[in-house]
Write a protein that binds this ligand. Structure first.
Ligand code: ZN
Length: 416
């Protein structure tokens, strides 16, 4: 009996509304490069309307016809490949896509046996890129905004590991170490011995759990740790966690090891929320202290864009959903925001006279450019939003450089 692919996909994803972006998959994608054939990257914002599937398909068709026109002048072979890719993409949109997620990222290349379709938790700018490698920047931006919470639940004999990411939780492995029962009735000496034996096994199990957690922590580059389970081994667990993980302990949940996954998810989401609020407040406070005092910080879009162009951003702090049109100079990479009292975008660069690339959303470009200089990104969603909005919606904590490092800052001066 044929299984409806939509149903099949829903079963495989369980309760999830999005697809998890795996670091390993993205790494494989970023290593992919093809001289001979096309690699198609499609990003689509999912419309909120009821006819979203129809709207998606019409956006997609528009892209396809534009692209076909452009390719016809290049090569017949590539046009043929493109037509086959477009057909496969359309068929996925029509028959397999279940309408979930707020954005889509799809990578396709038949000759390279490449197919990945991600339903994303956030809207992305519509883009259709046909080139020799997957275009990953929007995905990398998204990944950088969300943090991974590794969760370890333990009792005396069982351990479970989960990863919370982008509002979804996934279980990794469940393992059980053989438990030597506590002694019930025996002579005093024997009892002591058995008791020690029991404790040895619990200890061994805890160490095993920590080992496994550490392996996944590193492999999947988790940002935060959450622990939970029964009280007794939890104390031991804390003792055996490596310092690097203990420093990133976001919280403890009182959830039984055998709890259903939905219960684990709810508990870890609460920890995440509290932790995110705490970090947001910390970062917005640090930004205001720096920018309004004498520290290295800027507030407002214009100054932030300048700091990005100068390559000085250590952390970009931006209000969620803050967008503004602007332009970028392809020659000297200057970034310009459209001034609030001006309706037209600047056409040429005031520095070098080169025609500017218009940007629908200069904030998105700012985030991408900040990521290129290894800056951290803090998207402010919680109660600090108003505070940041009142100060220009966006700002940046800057790296010290020789010109800005105050002489009296003792010990903090960069020696470069
Ligand atoms: Zn320029």
């Amino acid at each position: 009996m044929a299984v409806n692919p939509k149903t099949q996909a829903a079963v495989e994803r369980g309760l999830r509304r999005f697809d998890l972006l795996r670091t390993s998959e993205l790494e494989a994608l970023s290593n992919l490069h093809s001289d001979k054939s096309l690699i198609i990257s499609v990003y689509l914002a999912v419309p909120l309307s009821e006819k979203k599937n129809a709207e998606l398909r019409s956006k997609f068709n528009q892209f396809v016809s534009e692209q076909k026109q452009a390719l016809r002048q290049v090569s017949k072979e590539k046009t043929q490949q493109f037509e086959a890719e477009a057909q496969r993409l359309m068929s996925w949109l029509e028959h397999e896509y279940d309408g979930t997620g707020r954005g889509l990222a799809i990578f396709s290349s038949l000759p390279n046996q490449l197919w990945h379709a991600y339903r994303l938790p956030q809207a992305v700018r519509d883009q259709f890129i046909v080139t020799d490698r997957p275009y990953l920047r929007p995905l990398l931006t998204l990944m950088d905004e969300y943090e991974r919470y590794l969760t370890l639940l333990v009792n005396a004999e069982t351990a479970r590991l989960f990863m919370l990411y982008m509002g979804e939780i996934e279980e990794y492995s469940e393992f059980q170490d053989e438990l030597v029962p506590r002694p019930k009735r025996a002579g005093a000496n024997v009892e002591d011995k058995l008791e020690r034996h029991h404790e040895m096994h619990v200890l061994w199990h805890i160490k095993h759990a920590v080992e496994e957690a550490e392996r996944i922590w590193r492999r999947d580059q988790a940002d935060w740790l959450v622990i939970g389970g029964t009280a007794d081994p939890l104390g031991q667990l804390r003792e055996h966690l490596p310092k690097a993980m203990l420093e990133r302990l976001a919280g403890q949940v009182s959830v039984a090891v055998e709890a259903p996954i939905a219960q684990v998810l709810a508990a870890v989401l609460r920890v995440e929320q509290v932790n995110e609020q705490r970090m947001e407040s910390k970062h917005v406070d640090a930004l205001l202290t720096a920018a309004l005092g004498k520290g290295p910080g800027v507030l407002g879009l214009d100054d932030t864009l300048n700091a990005i162009v100068e390559g000085r951003v250590m952390m970009l702090v931006v209000e969620e959903d803050f967008r503004q049109p602007g332009s970028e100079c392809p020659n000297d990479h200057m970034l310009f925001a459209r001034q609030p009292d001006v309706t037209e975008l600047m056409e040429t660069c005031p520095l070098c006279g080169t025609p500017l690339d218009p940007q629908e959303d200069i904030v998105e470009r700012a985030i991408e450019r900040a990521l290129e200089q290894d800056a951290e990104i803090e998207v402010v969603r919680g109660e600090m939003r108003q505070t940041l909005a009142a100060r220009g919606h966006i700002g940046a904590l800057l790296r010290y450089n020789s010109e800005t490092a105050p002489a009296e800052a003792g010990g903090k001066i960069s020696t470069r």
